[in-house]
Design a protein around this ligand. Structure first.
Ligand code: UDP
Ligand code: MG
Length: 336
């Protein structure tokens, strides 16, 4: 059952986060526009400039001044991919919304297939990568391991080999916008919402220009976010581990007791044994503290309830001229 009936005339919103994408942005917009023209639907393209250090903003503003359907959300600094996507989702007005990377690794032409799936009743049509050209072996391996681990640890049915490239019905977007958690793992949150979610397979292309903004450090943080956002299994693991160790300790005590009864001279009080015990339990306690700290840290940040991003200005054409709107008129900015 889909969440809502599909209108025949619809409005499409395309949201693209941009961080240092000056070289490929014009080409990206050109290809998205070609797809929209082919679809023949009303549309808007929301480019979120996530604090780029290159000429992404002027390039985006130039595009917006030439095309009235382009809206530029300029963030005050670099807030990260997931926050940038959220900023874009908060300003869209379409009946159907597409999230897409602006580096042309996600082919805009796939939107046509996604729209077809939506018209057949899908609430979410997510791009599923069949092939990933131009990625390092290391990235492919870590991505694979990550999705397997996520599946193992979470109850949520987060599909593997997907990114944030997806189409969502308005209803799904509204629910998503109401989820104001700070550590955002959007593809997981979308799958949490539910409804009819279908896969649209595609081959991921190499970047059109520039380089990845997801070095290993960021990918690792992203993986930790994903797991701790969707699973309390790490917390439970500590309990299991503690129970196992307790069981072994009882077993060892019994063994020592029995051996001592049979042969009182069997054990010389050992320095090594004592040290090993101390190190072993010390390590275990540190691990437990680390995991508790991870969750405590999240609560700390949730309690602070800072905005996920800060908009500097939103630019769009009005009466044929590029105009800036103040962030005050951009809904909803802070966490309730
Ligand atoms: N991006 C962003 N803010 C960031 C990092 C990336 O808005 O801090 C954008 C980037 O411009 C691109 C998308 O998010 O459109 C995906 O980033 P990237 O291509 O670097 O990731 P990869 O495809 O290598 O996983
Ligand atoms: Mg990319």
């Amino acid at each position: 059952m889909s969440l809502s009936a599909r209108p025949t005339a619809y409005r499409l919103s395309v949201v693209a986060p941009c961080y240092n994408e000056e070289a490929g942005l014009a080409e990206f917009v050109r290809r998205v526009q070609a797809v929209c023209a082919q679809l023949g639907c009303a549309h808007e393209i929301v480019l979120v400039n996530d604090g780029s250090r290159d000429r992404t903003l002027p390039v985006a503003l130039d595009l917006a001044s030439r095309h009235p359907e382009i809206k530029v959300v300029n963030l005050l600094r670099n807030f990260g991919h997931q926050a940038a996507v959220t900023a874009g989702l908060d300003v869209v007005s379409g009946d159907v919304v597409v999230l897409i990377d602006s580096d042309l690794q996600d082919p805009p032409e796939l939107i046509t297939e996604m729209i077809a799936a939506w018209q057949q009743g899908a609430d979410v049509a997510y791009g599923q990568r069949r092939k990933r050209d131009g990625e390092t072996f290391f990235k492919l391996l870590t991505a694979k391991l990550f999705y397997r681990l996520l599946k193992l640890l979470t109850q949520s049915d987060i599909p593997s080999d997907t990114g944030d490239f997806r189409l969502m019905d308005r209803r799904v977007v509204e629910v998503l916008c109401s989820m104001r958690e700070r550590h955002r793992f959007i593809r997981g949150m979308v799958s949490w919402v539910g409804g009819r979610q279908v896969a649209v397979p595609y081959d991921r292309r190499p970047r059109f220009a520039g380089e990845t903004k997801y070095p290993f450090r960021k990918m690792f943080a992203f993986a930790i976010d994903a797991i701790t956002s969707f699973s309390v299994v790490p917390l439970r693991l500590v309990t299991y581990l503690a129970l196992c160790i307790l069981f072994l300790a009882v077993l060892a005590t019994l063994t020592v007791f029995v051996v001592k009864l049979i042969n009182p001279a069997a054990f010389i009080p050992g320095f090594a044994a004592t040290m090993l015990t101390i190190i072993f339990f010390g390590g275990f306690q540190l691990l437990a503290l680390g995991i508790i700290g991870e969750y405590l840290g999240r609560m700390y940040e949730a309690v602070k309830a800072r905005p996920i991003y800060i908009v500097e200005q939103v630019y769009q054409q009005r009466d044929g001229r590029l105009a800036a709107r103040s962030p005050a008129s951009v809904p909803p900015m802070t966490v309730g």
